[in-house]
Design a binder for this molecule. Structure first.
Ligand code: GUN
Length: 284
């Protein structure tokens, strides 16, 4: 029997715990965590994500500020705004929604965020610490959410074969490091990987973050495998939100699987709020 990994439920639990902590810290210090979310342009998916992040932060008693900038914003203007946020005492966490417009150098932007306010953990200092086994100010939200979900369901990682499909800085690379640090044997696959079906057939755990509907097929999945679907795609057939996994095809084969929606997505937001609280606590 397959078990659904309920990210929505765990996310709610994490948010309740954070809300309680914020209430106590507010009484003690007369301050609350402040999150700034910066969005450049008006991509509908990014606008929806950013709106959700800001709303959730407000719901649990944080101060949240959304900075929406036009598509034509120059790199210099954006860097000035980030520098102001770096020096703003009310803001403890800064998130710049990706992807940015093509005329802006994403690396330069991420490197301008104060590493101690880098709620995504994307600054090279924080990424470097993660890779070195040192404690970064924050760990990227989606990878951290994946690990929390696996841990909450007591899924063993030590010695297991974990296959990560996708090598992005946002998900694939950091989730691979987190799995490795928990003693999994990790294989990273991507668009140029040969015999990906064979590699997956040997996996105890598969994390898919490739952005293609029904990419992971049942023929690739070993019976009893654990499937984590990070994808968020709009289905060409139904127009509904779907992941990267052929859910109906693999669901009777695996032991655990994340649904889309209500799987990894809510965990990303929970970890964003958890990281915001952590960065705030470090300033007290
Ligand atoms: N775009 C897609 N996922 C993310 C994320 O986790 N953080 C940011 N900043 N942008 C994203």
């Amino acid at each position: 029997m397959v078990t659904l990994l309920d990210g929505k439920l765990l996310s709610k639990k994490v948010q309740n715990e954070i809300a309680d902590k914020i209430e106590k810290l507010k009484v003690k210090h007369n301050k609350v965590p402040g999150l700034a979310v910066v969005l450049v342009g008006n991509d509908p998916a990014s606008m929806a994500y950013v709106g959700r992040k800001e709303k959730m932060a407000g719901n649990i008693g944080m101060y949240s500020r959304q900075i929406q900038l036009p598509e034509t914003t120059s790199q210099v203007e954006l860097l000035e705004i980030i520098n102001k946020l770096n020096n703003d005492k009310e803001i403890h966490a800064i998130l710049v929604q990706l992807p940015l417009p093509k005329h802006i150098n994403t690396d330069k932007v991420l490197m301008t965020i104060d590493p101690e306010k880098d709620v995504d953990g994307f600054h090279p200092v924080n990424m470097g610490k993660l890779l070195s086994g040192l404690e970064p100010a924050a760990i990227p939200c989606t990878p951290l959410g994946v690990i929390k979900l696996l841990e909450d369901y007591n899924i063993e990682l030590k010695g297991k074969n974990a296959v990560v499909i996708g090598r992005s800085n946002i998900v694939g690379k950091p989730v691979s490091i987190l799995l490795l640090s928990r003693h999994a044997t990790v294989t990273i696959c991507h668009s140029r990987t040969q015999n990906i079906d064979k590699i997956c057939q040997n996996a105890d755990i598969i994390v898919v973050a490739i952005g293609k509907e029904k990419y992971l097929k049942k023929e690739w999945v070993k019976p009893g495998a654990v499937i984590i679907d990070v994808g968020i795609n709009r289905s060409e057939e139904t127009g509904k939100l779907v992941g990267d996994v052929d859910f109906d095809g693999v669901k009777d084969l695996c032991s655990f699987i994340t649904p889309v929606p209500k799987g990894v997505g809510p965990m990303t937001i929970a970890m964003l709020l958890s990281n915001t609280l952590k960065l705030f606590e470090k300033t007290l």
